[in-house]
Design a protein. Structure first.
Length: 316
C-alpha cells in the first residue's frame, strides 16, 4: 500500500514525477511483486541472467501483460542471503527482542551495510530487466512502466554501474562516522572483498579511483585484474571480468603502473603464470589457465603492454 501511495494519488493519478511524464502510465493497472527468489545455483557470484529473464517473462505472460502499466518491487536482503546469514539475522532480532545489550554504533553500521549490500544484489536483476530505483527512503524501491519495458534488458556490467541509494546511504553513514574515503587502499579493500556496489558511491564522495596503495603502488584495477581467476576451476576456466569492467566504466586508468612498472594487464598475466606454475608443480594438467582475449583487450594500456607486463607473461 505504501508503495502505491508513493507512486499514485488516491484517485489513481501519477504522483511520482517520473510517472507524470510517461505517457504509458496514463491509464491501466498497478502490480506489486511481493516475493522474488532465484535458486542459489543460478546466482553464483552475483549472476543475474536467470533472474532478469524470469522477471521479463513474468511481466510479459498473457495472463498478466494486459493488466498492468506500472510494476513495482522492494529489494529484499533475504532473497540473496544464505541460510546461515538468514539464521544470524534472526538470532540478532531475537536477541534484541529479549532485551540484549544494544548494538554499538559500529556494530549497527556493519549490520545495516551488510543488509543494504544484499538488497543491492537483489535489485541488480530488476535493474537489468528495466526497472529504475525510486528516490524514496533509504533506497531499494523499484518501479517499471510499459514504456521502460520496451527497452531490451541491459547487461550485468551496466547494471552494476548504476548508482543505488542503498549503497549511497551506507557510505554516507560511514562518512558521518568519520571515515576518510580519500585514504589509499579504500577501493582496493572493496575490490579484494567483492564489494562492487560500494565502488560508485565511494568514488563520487572522494575516493580516488586510480589511487595507489602505500605498499606496492597497486590501484584497485590492478587488484581486480589479479583476482580475475579467483572463481575459475577445472570445469569452468572462465575468468571474471565483472569487477575490472565496472572500474573501467567508472573511469579507472588502465595506463597506470605500480612501483615495478606493471599495469593491470601485468597483474592479470602474473596471476595466470602463478596458477600455471602451481599446476605444473603438482601435475594438474586440467587446471592450466589461458589468457582471456576480451579481458586482455580490456586491460591493455593505450601504448600496449609495458616491458614489466611482458615479463609476467605465461611461459608454460
Amino acid at each position: 500500500q505504501e508503495f502505491g501511495c508513493a507512486l499514485f494519488s488516491s484517485n489513481g493519478a501519477p504522483r511520482y514525477s517520473a510517472l507524470k511524464t510517461d505517457p504509458s502510465v496514463a491509464r491501466g493497472g498497478f502490480v506489486y511483486i511481493d516475493t522474488f527468489e532465484v535458486n542459489a545455483e543460478h546466482r553464483v557470484d552475483g549472476a543475474t541472467d536467470v533472474g532478469t529473464a524470469a522477471i521479463r517473462a513474468l511481466l510479459s505472460c498473457p495472463e498478466l501483460s494486459g493488466r498492468w502499466t506500472v510494476a513495482s518491487y522492494i529489494a529484499d536482503s533475504n532473497a540473496v542471503q544464505s541460510a546461515a546469514e538468514q539464521e544470524r539475522s534472526l538470532l540478532a532480532q531475537a536477541a534484541a527482542f529479549r532485551g540484549a545489550p544494544a548494538e554499538t554504533v559500529e556494530e549497527r553500521s556493519r549490520r545495516v551495510a551488510g543488509v543494504h549490500e544484499c538488497m543491492a544484489k537483489d535489485a541488480r536483476q530488476f535493474l537489468r530487466a528495466g526497472f529504475a530505483e525510486m528516490a524514496y527512503k533509504e533506497g531499494g524501491w523499484l518501479y517499471l512502466t510499459k514504456r521502460m519495458m520496451q527497452s531490451p534488458p541491459t547487461t550485468h556490467e551496466k547494471a552494476l554501474a548504476v548508482p543505488l541509494r542503498l549503497t549511497r546511504t551506507a557510505v554516507d553513514r560511514f562518512v558521518a562516522q568519520g571515515a576518510d574515503l580519500t585514504r589509499a587502499g579504500v577501493l582496493q579493500f572493496c575490490v579484494a572483498n567483492g564489494l562492487k556496489d560500494l565502488l560508485e558511491p565511494m568514488i563520487s564522495r572522494g575516493a580516488q579511483i586510480s589511487g595507489k596503495d602505500g605498499q606496492s603502488g597497486c590501484t584497485a584495477l590492478m587488484i581486480a585484474a589479479g583476482s580475475a581467476l579467483r572463481q575459475s576451476s577445472r570445469d569452468d576456466k572462465q575468468h571474471d571480468s565483472t569487477m575490472a569492467s565496472t572500474l573501467i566504466a567508472l573511469g579507472a586508468d588502465k595506463n597506470a603502473v605500480d612501483d615495478d612498472g606493471r599495469s593491470a594487464l601485468g597483474h592479470y598475466f602474473r596471476a595466470i603464470r602463478s596458477t600455471n606454475d602451481f599446476v605444473a608443480t603438482f601435475s594438474l594438467g586440467g587446471m592450466k589457465q589461458k589468457v582471456d582475449p576480451l579481458l586482455r583487450l580490456m586491460l591493455t594500456p593505450d601504448g600496449g603492454p609495458t616491458a614489466a607486463d611482458l615479463e609476467c607473461a605465461d611461459d608454460h
